[in-house]
Write a protein that binds this ligand. Structure first.
Ligand SMILES: Cc1ncc(COP(=O)(O)O)c(C=O)c1O
Length: 379
């Protein structure tokens, strides 16, 4: 089945009533028919029918084998890191969501897990960073917020040659535009709070692996059951509802983002635009090969930090807020918001500075968004 159909129907198995909308099973526990007998559901931390439907839909969309729906993107990332042991080493993209870096550097470093940050669009740099103890290569592509594109297939090959796993944070594109598992990644994860939710009203996360019967799937299942990061039933239902419109939302968001990126490129106070859908973006060709769209995120630099900060206060339609992927357009100031705790040397390496703004394009009219940016940039 094609993505639009999967997004609407998922793996929906109708119950006896024939309900078109998946029922919300608000039960924390389930009655056993008899000793050593189960309906397939015993206790909500282990499985819930509404959450199961959502997980099955994501598995189909990612062309994977098994998915876990979690209470946040960070909960999903935490499970990935929990797969490692003291002495293991991770190679990370040097441009990443700041919370991921904080979890690795503040929490997992304490448990003896080492990390190296490199430009993962540079395969030689990744190769150089690999150690005999490297167990994980972890990337975002496009990366947050500098929109760097990394080669998923080549990195999967590198990881596998050295006995490591490749995990891809697919938050910026959603499975509608990019499917890392068929390209060779072992784990794909999301902040479901973003495009998968799409309405800025649920915090959620997802982890998907290729093979439901693998040792990796078994390990993740043990970690999930043991630590309990699951998504609540009500939120699972909201996410199922959101998924139905994923494709129509992200395709329109990407079309508007391209218009805005092109317009920003003509503005006298804008010094750089980072959008992988622009032909002059260094990752443009790779992005065309490994994804079917460019997404709705546009980062750009203005001529001074003072102007960047003034723009945030002048916005009328676009909201100055963290997060991304929703129907409402948001402008973020990464240096003091999403990436505030990023080590200075990483920001220097990627060019993340106080002149950078990150726009998450919503579903408003493109002309209205451009008009808002124009008045904010040129007052
Ligand atoms: C790319 C990316 N990954 C992961 C996360 C963490 O997700 P959550 O906020 O749902 O915990 C975020 C949050 O902004 C993000 O932007």
């Amino acid at each position: 089945m094609k993505d639009f159909s999967i997004e609407v129907h998922g793996a929906h198995t109708y119950d006896a009533t024939g309900a078109i909308s998946e029922p919300i099973y608000l039960s924390a526990t389930f009655r056993h028919p008899g000793f050593k007998k189960s309906t397939g559901y015993d206790y909500g931390r282990v499985a819930n029918p509404t959450r199961d439907e959502l997980e099955s839909a994501l598995t189909l969309l990612e062309r994977g084998g098994r998915t876990w729906a979690m209470s946040s993107g960070m909960a999903a990332i935490n499970i990935v890191f929990m797969l490692l042991s003291a002495g293991d080493h991770i190679v990370f993209s040097n441009d990443l969501y700041g919370g991921t870096v904080r979890l690795a550097n503040e929490v997992y470093a304490k448990y003896g897990i080492e990390a190296t940050y490199v430009d993962t669009s540079d395969l030689a740099a990744v190769k150089n960073a690999l150690r005999p103890t490297t167990k994980l290569i972890y990337i975002e592509t496009p990366s947050n917020p500098m929109m760097i594109i990394s080669d998923i297939r080549a990195l999967a090959d590198l990881a596998h040659e050295s006995g490591a796993l490749l995990a891809v944070d697919n938050t910026f594109l959603s499975p509608h535009f990019q499917k890392p598992l068929p390209l060779g990644a072992d784990i794909v994860l999301h902040s479901g709070t973003k495009y998968l939710c799409g309405h800025n009203d649920v915090i959620a996360g997802f982890l998907t692996v290729r093979d439901a019967e693998s040792r990796l799937a078994e390990c993740i299942q043990r970690l999930v059951v043991s630590s309990g990061p699951n998504l609540s039933t009500m939120d699972a239902w909201l996410m199922l509802r959101s998924l139905k419109t994923l494709g129509v939302r992200v395709e329109r968001q990407a079309a508007t983002a391209k218009k805005i990126a092109e317009w920003l490129g003509t503005q006298k106070h804008v010094t750089q635009v980072f959008y992988p859908g622009l032909e002059n973006h260094p990752g443009y060709e790779l992005q065309c090969r490994q994804a079917t769209g460019f997404g709705g995120m546009v980062s750009f630099k203005v001529r001074s930090a003072e102007l960047a900060q003034a723009v945030l206060g002048r916005l009328k339609l676009i909201a100055f807020a963290e997060s991304l992927g929703g129907v409402e357009s948001l402008l973020t100031y990464p240096k003091v918001q999403t990436h505030a705790e990023m080590p200075e040397e990483l920001m220097k390496a990627t060019g993340l500075d106080d002149k950078l703004l990150r726009l998450s394009v919503g579903l408003e009219d493109a002309e209205d968004l451009i008009e808002d940016l124009e008045q904010a940039l040129n007052q």
